[in-house]
Design a protein around this ligand. Structure first.
Ligand code: SF4
Length: 439
């Protein structure tokens, strides 16, 4: 197929495909799907081999957000019954991060709901970053705290943050359809502030919100121009109690085509399979590893992922290997560019020693994985009403994944409102609870 040969050649040269070529990938037929995966897989292997980087989310503050991102379970007015709690202590966050690192995670993503941090919030998160780095200097720490104000990116970097996540989520033309309390330009500005501070930028998208193929291509081309080092691809988790609860628009095949298009347009970046992979790719998840070189391990911000052990088995069964802490994720030219921009630490080709005493160098999105990269809710995530932090009695009483009851027990249980409680499971363990995290 001429299209795929052209895209592979361009991907190996880091050459930007045309918009028509990107659109053509999304329009391929079911008969062509495996050819598309194989072609994009060649580009993936050229830049990242068969390595899979593991990332681990810690939700520092969950729910009660004043913003109205329609995909987010933590939004203003959300009726989703997620965990809601204010800032957890640095020790609790470190303990949660420890579980992720023990499970093989190279990066810990510290996420908090809200429009953006206050300077006091930046101080809190800085203490958490220092505590995590003190325990394991090789762990990459990414912050995802929403829109940044002047000087906050520099302070996070000085505290040791390696990266900052803020997703573009969707095209500029449709941004107003998914959120009215901030705009697309605010998001672009925050990503640029992170880059200017020498942090590795992480910015991605959420697919499945009713967007057109042209919108998807628009946001991916915008990401290519913004040039983040990592691009989380979230698939909407239609969370009951949010405006998008009935938006089950994706099929596993379409999710794979979207990932392939992202790989062709952003060939040498860390493409992360983020929130929604379990519910939207379902049994096709292993094929997505041929396209993405990075995944979240375990649970998301407000919803549960598959068991961490199942993630590791899936990676091994598909013939891939977990990327070790001694191996750089980014291709050399990207690691060098990051170092030249002032970055240091694991991403920029090794530590510079400045993280001792809390000094250092330093994401978010809200699809339930928050803005970090997941789409369970955006740049950040949340719910309405039940267990607050420490309210473990209530939390423990809620059935976990695989223990669904009543209407949720069927093979496909679609509620009157279109929600799929059989597929989407609210997180009731890990950060903000007394139950061990899933990692
Ligand atoms: S995505 Fe972030 S900013 Fe938007 S509603 Fe969710 S927590 Fe708030």
């Amino acid at each position: 197929m001429d299209l795929l040969n052209t895209l592979v050649d361009k991907g190996l040269r880091r050459e930007l495909p045309t918009r028509d070529e990107a659109l053509a990938v999304l329009a391929t037929s079911e008969d062509e799907l495996l050819d598309v995966v194989a072609a994009a897989g060649r580009v993936r292997r050229h830049w990242f081999g068969r390595r899979v980087k593991l990332n681990y989310l810690v939700n520092l503050k969950s729910g009660l957000c004043p913003e109205d991102c329609s995909y987010c379970s933590q939004r203003l007015g959300s009726r989703a019954e997620i965990l809601k709690y204010t800032w957890i202590k640095a020790e609790e966050a470190t303990e949660a991060a420890r579980a992720g690192v023990a499970g093989g995670a190279k990066r810990v993503c510290l996420v908090a709901s809200g429009r953006g941090p206050t300077d006091r919030d930046v101080d809190r998160v800085s203490r958490t970053i220092s505590a995590i780095k003190e325990e394991n200097a090789d762990v990459e720490v990414c912050a995802c705290l929403g829109l940044l104000s002047d000087g906050q990116a520099d302070r996070l970097r000085e505290a040791g943050a390696d990266a900052y996540n803020h997703n573009l989520n969707t095209s500029e033309a449709t941004y107003g359809d998914i959120c009215t309390t901030h705009d697309y330009a605010d998001r672009v500005s925050t990503v640029r502030q992170a880059q200017a501070a020498g942090m590795s930028a992480c910015s991605g998208l959420i697919a499945g919100m009713g967007e057109s193929d042209a919108d998807l291509v628009d946001v991916v081309f915008a990401l290519r121009e913004l040039d983040p080092d990592s691009v989380p691809v979230n698939f909407l988790i239609p969370f009951e109690g949010t405006p998008l609860e009935a938006e089950w628009n994706l099929t596993p095949s379409r999710a794979l085509r979207i990932l392939a298009m992202v790989r062709f347009v952003c060939p040498d970046v860390e493409v992360r399979l983020a929130g929604g992979r379990e519910v939207q790719l379902r049994s096709m998840q292993p094929l997505a590893l041929h396209l993405a070189n990075s995944v979240f391990l375990g649970d998301y911000l407000t919803s549960e992922g598959q068991e961490g052990r199942a993630d590791l088995e899936m990676i091994a069964d598909a013939g891939f290997e977990v990327e070790g802490s001694g191996t750089g994720t980014l291709p050399t030219h990207r690691a060098d560019a990051l170092a030249a921009a002032g970055g240091c630490g694991p991403l920029a080709g090794g530590g510079c020693g400045s993280h001792e005493e809390g000094q250092g160098c330093g994401p978010c999105g809200g699809a339930s994985a928050g803005d970090t990269g997941t789409a369970e809710a955006g740049t950040h995530t949340a719910e309405a009403g039940t267990a607050a932090a420490g309210d473990t009695g209530a939390a423990a009483a809620v059935p976990g994944r695989g223990e669904r009851t009543g209407a949720a027990a069927g093979a496909e249980s679609r509620a009157d409102n279109g929600a799929r409680a059989d597929l989407v499971s609210v997180r009731r363990r890990g950060a903000g609870t007394e139950l061990p995290p899933n990692a």
